[in-house]
Structure formats: C-alpha cells, structure tokens
Ligand binder design. Structure first.
Ligand SMILES: [Mg+2]
Length: 431
C-alpha cells in the first residue's frame, strides 16, 4: 500500500494574447493557462499523477484554489483503493455535500474535481504501463459501466443500455485498435481561422492545412457579418467547393441573430455551426438547429455536465457533440458523455486546442473508437498547432490524423521547465 502525500498546484499562464493566437468573437485576448495539479504518493515508483484545468488567464488562481480545496479528499489516503474503484472515487468526491453547493456538478469546483480525477487516471495508466486510451479500451464492459455515475441519466441511458452499447463493440476491438495504430484518428484544424488573423494569414494557413492532410478547417465568426462573409469567401476560394469548413461563433449570438447570421453564410456551406448561443440554452440550440437545417449545429466545449449533454441530445439540438477533456469532472463523466452520444448515434468531435487539450482529449476519442461507438466515420478531433512543446508526450499529427500515443499515462504532463518558466508571477515573463 502507498499513500498520497501531496497535491501540488501551479498557476501557469502562457502569454498567447500577445500574438492573438486563440482570438475569437467572445475571447479577444486569451492567455492560455493551466490550473495544474500533481498528485504525489510515497510509493517510491517514480510515478506521479499530472493533470490540469484549462482557463484563459484571469481566474486561473481561482481554479487553482478550487483544486486545493480537494486536498482533504486525497492527501493521507491510501492510493490503491482509490485507483481500484475509480467509479467510487468519482462519486465520493462529486458527492462532497459542502463543496457540491458550489455547483452542483458545474463550474469551477466541478472542473477542479475533473483535474484530480484525471490525475488519478494518469497514475493508474502509468502503473498499468499503458496510454490511457488503451487502458480504458481494454476494460470489460462491466468495468467501464462501473466508472459511470448514471444519476440523472436513467430516463435516457441506463446501466443496461450502456452495457448493451459496450458489449456490441467488444467483437471488433482488436481490429480497431490495429486500425488506429495504422492510420490514427482524423483531425481538423482551427489554426487558420482565428479572428485576429489577417486574410492573407487565413489563406496561407488554410492552404497549409489542406496540404497537411487535415479533413476540415474551422473559421471563427460572429464579430462582424461583412468580415465573416469576406473571410468565408476567401477560404472557400482557397479550399474549393467541397472541402469541409466549419464555423464557430463562441456563444456570441441571440437565438434569432444566430439564425439570421448562419442563413447569411449558408451559401458557403458550413460543415457545422459551433456554439451559436449560450451553452446553457438547450432549447435555443434546438430552435437554431431546426431553422438552419441541413446545416448542423455543434456544441459541448462549455457543456458543464452530462445532464446538459443529455438534454441537447434529447432535444435534437446538436448533430455534432463536442466533449472537452477538462470542462466536466474528468474521464469518468466523459465516458458517460460518450455513451450518451452512442445511444443517440451522434458523432463526437471533441474540442481541443488551448493548452494541452489535444494531448488530453485524444485518449477519449481513441477509447470511443475502439470500445464505445466503434466508428471513426464523421468524427474528428480539433487540432491547433501551438504550445505542444511544453508537454512530455506532445500530440503527434501524421497526415492530418492524430497518431495514437503509446507512452503510459493520460498525456497531460507538462515539462518541469515549462511549469517553472510560465508560473504566473503577476505579469508575463515575455511582456
Ligand atoms: Mg469552439
């Protein structure tokens, strides 16, 4: 037996606002940040659990404080029982009745729980000598459903439903794992489309994205309609009539405004419209989806828990579901989200980018392909080409696809030198 001896946190902020990387209609000057946590034990095996919550600058200290508030659940506890029953560990921490008041199951506290849950998964995967996706994909259907909290889902998805989905995917697991190792998981890129970029930069990056083998690009929209029409036209000219180009409004619009704006851009055939309005407005998304069909509505990077995803699916509000590795309470809740998507046969195209989100979320899509939905059709993981160099196991893109990570762990471990250099001291080192 070993015990958890420390939960170390760091407030890490990259000065991305200086280059307008990541700029969109709602977030004009993000500083990509990580409320970072390391779970240390006295096992003497050299293994520690690394994870983070992604934020975009101010407030990262609040997120760090929320993670610190969970120390009492972990420090001093024996590690092995926690790892052996990750479903129980999840329910225990989410169920803290006093901390739960801060949500329930949403926002800063919920994301903090996600960070410590993911850090424990990192330890579990490293101890197993497997990348997280493979550890999950090799569990039995019964073990997988034990990870999921079906509370508030059972009117739509029961444990039995989930078992049925997972058992149906068992026969092809080995072939799909081999296919993944062979050809990876499709990616698409948002790199050309940031609002702060010039038209010339957009065109150059769109050309590069196609040449690199990506299956889609995405443009940020929603600040100015004339600009959006001009930028979308230029992207279409570069990419041709058939190449998928999605648009992302980052919650900018009223429901009626979203319908008008998307209708005005319909001639350029958007592959989907992402986050047209408030992420909490399930019925608003449904109204937009009905009005702009056949253009598909996508959302989820700010969906705060599995109950929101359940409702989005129930209401036919989304045709593309975008999970995020660090918005909900970690791997466990995202498995619930993947099962919900499978139940509704809606493709999952995860949100990524930021800092470390590609590294983290690829494990969930690869697990989904091997053991849940059994499909890569119409599915792709967002990719943004920055800040990967700070990770111990950086994302590897081959011909526009994510190459499956083979290193043990959950993929969220940052290099010590990067943690030291970008730890926030009240100002940017580069400013
Ligand atoms: Mg987005």
């Amino acid at each position: 037996m070993s015990s958890i001896v420390a939960l170390e946190t760091s407030d890490i902020r990259f000065p991305t606002s200086l280059s307008l990387d990541g700029s969109d209609a709602m977030n004009p000057d993000p500083d990509y940040s990580a409320a970072y946590v390391i779970v240390r034990s006295d096992a003497g095996d050299g293994i520690s659990g690394h994870s983070f919550v992604f934020t975009i600058g101010r407030g990262n200290d609040v997120q760090v404080a929320a993670i610190d508030a969970l120390a009492g659940h972990l420090v001093g506890r024996e590690l092995e029982p926690l790892l052996a029953d990750m479903g129980g560990t999840f329910r225990e921490i989410v169920g803290d009745s006093q901390l739960r008041w801060l949500g329930p199951e949403k926002g800063v506290m919920h994301m903090a729980i996600g960070a410590v849950i993911n850090a424990l998964w990192d330890i579990k995967a490293k101890r197993a000598g497997l990348p997280l996706w493979q550890l999950l994909a090799r569990m039995s259907p019964e073990e997988i459903v034990d990870l999921v909290d079906f509370r508030y889902l059972t009117n739509v998805l029961t444990r039995e439903d989930a078992l049925e989905i997972l058992r149906a995917a068992v026969p092809g697991r080995a072939e799909r794992e081999a296919a993944l190792m062979e050809s990876g998981y499709p990616g698409y890129t948002t790199s050309p489309g940031w609002l702060g970029y010039s038209d010339e930069k957009l065109e150059r990056l769109a050309r590069e994205a196609m040449a690199a083998g990506f299956t889609q690009i995405k443009l940020k929209v929603g600040a100015d309609l004339d600009d959006d029409i001009r930028r979308f036209r230029r992207a279409r000219e570069v990419c041709g009539p058939d190449f998928p180009i999605a648009i992302d409004a980052n919650q900018r619009w009223e429901v009626s405004e979203a319908i008008e704006w998307v209708t005005a851009l319909a001639e350029f055939h958007p592959a989907w419209v992402e986050e047209p309005t408030s992420p909490d407005d399930v019925l608003g998304h449904a109204e937009i989806a009905r009005a702009v069909a056949p253009i598909r509505v996508a959302t989820g990077e700010h969906a705060q828990n599995r109950m929101i995803f359940k409702q989005l699916l129930q209401a036919n509000a989304i045709s593309v579901m975008q999970i995020d590795a660090v918005r909900v309470a970690g791997v466990n809740e995202n498995i619930a989200n993947l099962l919900l998507a499978a139940k509704f046969t809606v493709p999952v195209c995860p949100h990524a980018g930021g800092v470390g989100l590609c590294e983290a979320v690829q494990h969930l899509s690869m697990f989904d392909f091997v053991a849940v939905s059994g499909s890569r059709d119409g599915r792709m993981i967002e990719y943004v080409d920055h800040l990967h160099e700070h990770f111990v196991v950086p994302t590897e893109i081959r011909n526009g696809s994510y190459a499956p990570p083979v290193a043990p762990g959950a993929g969220m471990e940052m290099k010590p030198a990067s943690i030291a250099e970008f730890t926030w001291r009240g100002r940017h080192a580069a400013a």
